[in-house]
Design a protein around this ligand. Structure first.
Ligand code: 5GP
Length: 195
């Protein structure tokens, strides 16, 4: 009898403003069987964000308690707020044989790489730095101070693309989502190939 297919941990990073959310939305439309790792955050919800779907929105004391309880596979402070990946949610999905997607920052990805080196780590880049900065300015969801911080961080994050084996340039959402799907399929095929 053949072994049940093992779930794949898929980590997607990229600078703020690169279009990760839009690409992921399309990815989940194309591949509804993929699970999404809903992170915890202390950031307030943006308009349209749903608790338990976009994030689990919690207070800072609650977040600190979860750190103590070792609930996080990784956590980071990004742009003045805490963000963390639930170890339990990820383990449950992988144990069921599901593929699970984490959308986390580069620092969080570095932690996950140490703990789960067999994951698929993908970095999304913008067509150009100029376009990235324009997209961040156009988003209009932040105060000028928060925007300046995001722009600075985005440039630092962009420099960390070199740590990733898989890099995809987001010129077109559809193409990018399909490229990521192809990477996932290739990774499963690689794992099933006898060595
Ligand atoms: P946003 O506030 O725009 O939703 O996310 C800000 C940044 O936090 C993004 O770069 C996003 O990838 C990152 N992020 C979201 N969830 C997590 C998480 O659980 N862990 C880490 N390390 N970063 C996260």
């Amino acid at each position: 009898m053949s072994q049940p297919r093992a779930g794949l941990l898929i980590v997607i990073s990229g600078p703020s403003g690169v279009g990760k959310d839009t690409v992921l939305r399309r990815l989940f439309e194309l591949a509804p069987q993929l699970k999404y790792s809903v992170s915890y955050t202390t950031r307030p919800p943006r308009p349209g964000e749903v608790d338990g779907q976009s994030y689990s929105f919690i207070s800072e004391p609650e977040f600190l308690r979860l750190i103590e309880q070792k609930e996080f596979l990784e956590w980071a402070r990004v742009y003045d707020h805490y963000y963390g990946t639930s170890r339990r949610r990820v383990e449950d999905a992988l144990n069921r044989g599901d593929d699970i997607v984490l959308k986390i920052d580069v620092h969080g990805a570095t932690f996950v790489r140490k703990r789960k080196p067999d994951g698929l780590f993908i970095f999304i880049t913008p067509p150009s730095t100029e376009e990235l900065l324009n997209r961040l300015t156009g988003r209009n969801t932040e105060s000028p101070e928060a925007l300046a911080l995001r722009q600075k961080e985005a440039l630092i994050e962009l420099g960390l693309a070199k740590d990733y084996v898989h890099v995809v340039c987001n010129r077109d959402v559809e193409e990018t989502a399909r490229e990521i799907l192809a990477m996932i399929a290739a990774e499963h095929a690689r794992r099933q190939t006898p060595v």
